[in-house]
Design a protein. Structure first.
Length: 424
């Protein structure tokens, strides 16, 4: 397995550009299967592991998918899609694969897919999706870990989600787009990615309104068409590079970042002493202080503090002056990284869904292990600021959400390289 070797203590400086957000590109890829004519082209796509896995899945279903590294575009021809059974070997690798269910159910009235895998950050049940499918008229069956659904005809209905599930909202939007009549999703997810996804569906010919608010309305149409679309930039990646400037007392210019999507994150960083400025072409300049100041955060669905940015933020808190309080309300297992940060000299105490972080003057390099995408990002940030050498194993988790992050950080002045765990 690959690993990162980081010699910490360098102040980062330079420019980084943010590409399209994985968490909306994946559902867009799935929705492209609903276009019976033409070729869908998604631009500004980072070629991440999750995207590669979903491409394999879609090719297995009969789609013709190609990634053009030269212009970072993805083309999807779904005209010959005929299969509705997603192979377990690929589905088990990531949770987002379950987004295929809404697309397949909408176009074919049928899907067969295994319970999805992904990061071990807590319970993320798919019952929200299945109950919604049932309300639209599908018959759902679960047997030996395999989920199936069939529907002679999907009919619009009102679906009230128990929780504003991101993927649940997207799956129901896809299924409802080709249903007969009007579907109303109450307590829908409100993330910027949901707004962008609704815009993508509308570009395909769907009739979606209210996306990005708690009430999404979908008037079913007869068919959808292929489109060319550029997704919004990845706010989680942008936030991570803001943290990199903050924790290393550096100065990084971030291009193609939508600061409207990061207001609460930037407010918290400002409270910690981080300075923000405007650069050319709408870029944002982030300058870290000599030492950060402690703050409290509570993760919540958008527009609250994003749970995906809590683990790397905790790396910053670990070196902040004072005591910080972190309350994780979204995923119950999202403090796994705390034990690894403590191996590097952090002082973090976890009790259930709450953590107390007592800032220390310095972190010390140590061998640590990434348990998921964002926990891995936290360890990278800690390694950048720590004294000595940090070795991070299982970086395949990080590769699922960050495109060659070691190369991007090295271009900013970090001493980081990718190695092999067989190297001693």
């Amino acid at each position: 397995m690959d690993r990162f070797i980081i010699e910490g203590g360098r102040s980062l400086k330079g420019t980084v550009r943010i590409e399209g957000v994985k968490n909306v590109i994946l559902p867009m890829m799935c929705a492209s299967l609903m276009a019976e004519t033409g070729v869908t082209v998604i631009k500004d796509v980072p070629y991440l592991q999750d995207i590669r896995v979903l491409l394999k899945l879609m090719n297995e279903l009969g789609a013709v998918c190609e990634y053009n590294a030269e212009d970072r575009s993805l083309s999807i021809d779904a005209r010959k899609v005929s299969k509705t059974v997603a192979p377990y070997e690929l589905v088990k690798q990531m949770r987002a694969s379950f987004l295929l269910s809404g697309a397949l159910l909408g176009r074919f009235g049928d899907f067969h897919i295994s319970l999805p895998g992904g990061c071990a950050i807590g319970a993320r049940p798919v019952n929200f999706h299945l109950l919604g499918f049932k309300k639209l008229g599908a018959k759902v069956l679960e047997k030996e870990g395999l989920l199936s659904a069939t529907a002679a005809k999907l009919t619009g209905a009102t679906v009230c989600l128990d929780y504003p599930s991101h993927t649940g909202t997207e799956n129901l939007m896809m299924a409802a787009a080709l249903a007969e009549g009007t579907t109303v999703i109450e307590n829908a997810a409100c993330e910027p990615e949901i707004k962008d996804f609704g815009d993508f569906l509308n570009a395909m010919g769907a009739k979606v309104s209210g996306h990005g608010t708690p009430t999404v309305i979908i008037d079913g149409v007869k068919k959808l068409k292929a489109v060319t679309y550029t997704p919004i930039p990845d706010r989680i990646v942008a936030g991570t590079f803001m943290y990199a400037a903050a924790i290393t007392s550096g100065e990084i210019t971030i291009e193609n970042a939508n600061t409207d999507h990061l207001r609460i994150v930037m407010d918290k960083l400002s409270d910690m002493g981080v300075l923000f400025g405007r650069g050319k072409n709408g870029s944002v300049i982030v300058k870290g202080p000599k030492r950060l100041t402690a703050v409290d955060i509570t993760t919540m669905p958008h527009p609250g503090f994003p749970t995906d940015l809590q683990p790397p933020f905790m790396a910053c808190l670990a070196m902040a002056d004072g005591v910080s309080f972190v309350w994780e309300t979204v995923f119950e297992n999202r403090f796994i990284h705390a034990a690894e940060l403590n191996r590097m000299g952090a002082n973090i105490r976890v009790a259930g869904d709450k953590a107390v972080v007592v800032g220390v003057p310095n972190l010390i390099g140590a061998p640590v292990m990434a348990s998921d995408i964002r926990a891995g990002a936290a360890l990278v940030l800690a390694g950048l600021a720590a004294k000595g050498t940090t070795i991070i194993d299982r970086v395949y988790h990080i590769d699922r959400g960050y495109k060659k992050i070691e190369e991007q950080l090295a271009a900013l002045g970090a001493n980081i390289k990718r190695g092999d765990d067989r190297e001693q």
